[in-house]
Design a protein around this ligand. Structure first.
Ligand code: F6P
Length: 556
């Protein structure tokens, strides 16, 4: 597959490449080999099919592949010119073609500049913003930011949605054990007033600061919640409300934040070269920095930067993001998996599945190539997930016996942040048990032997046997962190970011736009007035008319 440098696009889809054909041929000879056989035939399997970097162990030995598969997959990455595209991203080229933008979230975690180059150096702005954020965060953490009547701010509410919410919320939860003990940091994203209304009831308007986070500063959900917050402050503090004591903002359109009433000194910039779902590292992470402090925030950036360097400089065979991306492609395009489960075994990672859902599905849930051609192969799988231990008592039944292929990412930290070691040991053993059970299953002979051991009679055995068989061969990877420290978490999230990038390059799609979210927004803006106007409703489709008429009857 050649790159047309002038047009900046790939000339043919990857499925037409010899590398793709070679993987297909390999799959045909290999597809039905059971994980049990793969483990039995290669005692060094775990050694050759696991990698570690920066305190993260990535064990993919329970994926349905061999070193040979991996060799063929890395040839695919080479055929797709992944290294060239990586360099183009790091060089600040406008690889987000449909929006004419560079993709430089990696700049946000760099410790030094110039970057990407001395003619187009974003680092002075990045560093200056980081320093402003740190000064503000320290003042807040030290009780020096004063609200109404000089009372120190005690609660911070991040108002944003999607990339302006999920990153800091996910990381804030992951690092809650090192959060400021006396500051409450809350997140509001939903248009449903049922999120902000009960939260406001728990807050004191005199000591609450809202951070309105919106790249565009036009997002409906965020503007509704911001207006509600402002009304609440006005209603409670009356004319004495001084906005600068109660609002900060993060936006690439600072003038809109100022128009809203945020004091210009407390508007923090982001730039069009940062995608929303890649913006955790920017001022979008302000609420997180307030919670964990600038030092820990910086450690998180350093972890991500280490992963960036690893990604850029490590041969594909040992490169964590590349290998992870290739395994995803193997599962989706060659084994036919339509989904990927994210299963954290750690309460502090409870928002990780939602974060990764946006990262992967908004980046790669596309079926048109960069060049505008319709793709006839699968791209992003449906990413979903839940805390693993809770999931065991809910949907794991289907993973074990439902007959669907569901590759899983098990994610855990070896050490807990909370001093209940017995819980942690049991939790880890559950995590390891599930991936082993999914991989190896239990065949008829094993089930029969275990029932005979329990002295169960032959008739009951015959009845129950089919129900107690586990086919196994369900692929999974396990990511183990030593602990949930800021550096390891920064590294983990950068790993998934680069995974999505590599997959987008191989599939030939633009991972950095999101046109698919626009239509729903436009339709919603036509439906809202029709809620009150029956004539207008008649211009809409029959189903929407029916929904509106039922709602009108019960709402108004
Ligand atoms: O609707 C999708 C989206 O544009 C996401 O890509 C983005 O993270 C989110 O909305 C929020 O956008 P903004 O930061 O402009 O409010």
């Amino acid at each position: 597959m050649a790159i047309n440098k002038e047009r900046g696009i790939k000339e043919m889809t990857i499925t037409a490449s010899p590398a793709w054909a070679a993987i297909n041929a390999h799959r045909q000879t290999f597809a039905d080999t059971h994980l049990k056989e793969l483990f039995a035939s290669d005692p060094k399997r775990v050694e050759s099919l696991s990698l570690s970097f920066d305190g993260i162990l990535y064990d993919f030995s329970k994926q349905r592949l061999t070193s040979e598969t991996l060799g063929l997959l890395t040839a695919l990455a080479k055929a797709a010119h992944v290294s060239d595209w990586t360099e183009r991203m790091f060089a600040g080229e406008q690889i987000n073609r449909s929006e004419g933008r560079s993709v430089l979230h990696v700049a946000l975690r760099r410790s030094a500049g110039p970057f990407p180059n001395s003619r187009f150096d974003v680092m002075p702005d990045v560093v200056a913003t980081r320093q402003r954020m740190a000064r503000f965060a320290v003042r807040l953490r030290d009780g020096e930011c004063l609200g109404h009547q000089g009372m120190p701010i005690r609660d911070v509410v991040n108002i944003g949605i999607g990339g302006s919410d999920l990153g800091p919320k996910m990381m804030g939860q992951a690092l809650r054990s090192i959060s400021h003990p006396a500051l409450g940091v809350h997140y509001v994203s939903n248009l449903d007033g049922a999120q902000i209304a009960p939260l406001l009831q728990t807050l004191d308007p005199r000591t609450t600061l809202f951070i309105i986070v919106s790249k565009t500063f036009t997002t409906q959900e965020t503007m509704f919640n911001a207006n509600t917050a402002r009304d609440w402050l006005r209603a409670n503090l009356g004319d004495e409300l001084i906005s600068e004591n109660h609002f900060a903002a993060v936006s690439s359109r600072p003038e809109r934040a100022v128009d809203f009433g945020v004091c210009a000194d407390l508007v923090f910039p982001i730039w069009d070269w940062v995608g929303g779902r890649y913006s955790l590292w920017s001022a979008v992470g302000l609420a997180l920095m307030i919670a964990i402090g600038p030092h820990a925030f910086d450690e998180m950036l350093r972890g991500a930067e280490r992963m960036d360097e690893h990604f850029r400089s490590t041969p594909f065979e040992r490169n964590l993001p590349v290998v992870m991306a290739l395994i995803g492609i193997w599962n989706a395009n060659f084994l036919g998996a339509a989904t990927n489960a994210v299963l954290p075994y750690n309460e502090s990672l409870k928002y990780l599945p939602s974060f990764l859902q946006q990262l992967e599905m908004e980046s790669n849930g596309k079926s048109v190539s960069v060049a505008g051609e319709t793709l006839d192969f699968a791209t992003s799988p449906i990413v979903w997930g839940e805390l693993g231990n809770n999931g065991q008592h809910a949907f794991f039944q289907l993973l074990h016996q439902g007959g669907c292929l569901v590759p899983c990412d098990f994610i855990a930290a070896v050490r807990s942040d909370f001093p209940l070691p017995a819980h942690q040991e049991a939790l880890l053993s559950n995590c390891f048990a599930q991936s082993a059970a999914l991989a190896f299953g239990r065949n008829k002979d094993e089930v029969r032997a275990s029932m005979e051991k329990e002295l169960i009679g032959p008739t009951v055995i015959a009845d129950l046997l089919p129900h107690r068989v586990f086919a196994g061969n369900q692929p999974s990877s396990t990511l183990l962190l030593t602990s949930l420290n800021p550096g390891a978490l920064g590294s983990l999230i950068a790993l998934y970011e680069h995974k999505a990038f590599v997959q987008g390059i191989i599939w030939g799609i633009n991972s950095f736009d999101q046109w698919g979210v626009e239509l729903g927004k436009a339709v919603a803006s036509r439906i809202l007035p029709a809620l009150y106007d029956a004539q207008l409703a008649k211009t809409l489709d029959a189903s929407t008319q029916g929904l509106l008429s039922f709602s009108r009857e019960h709402l108004l």
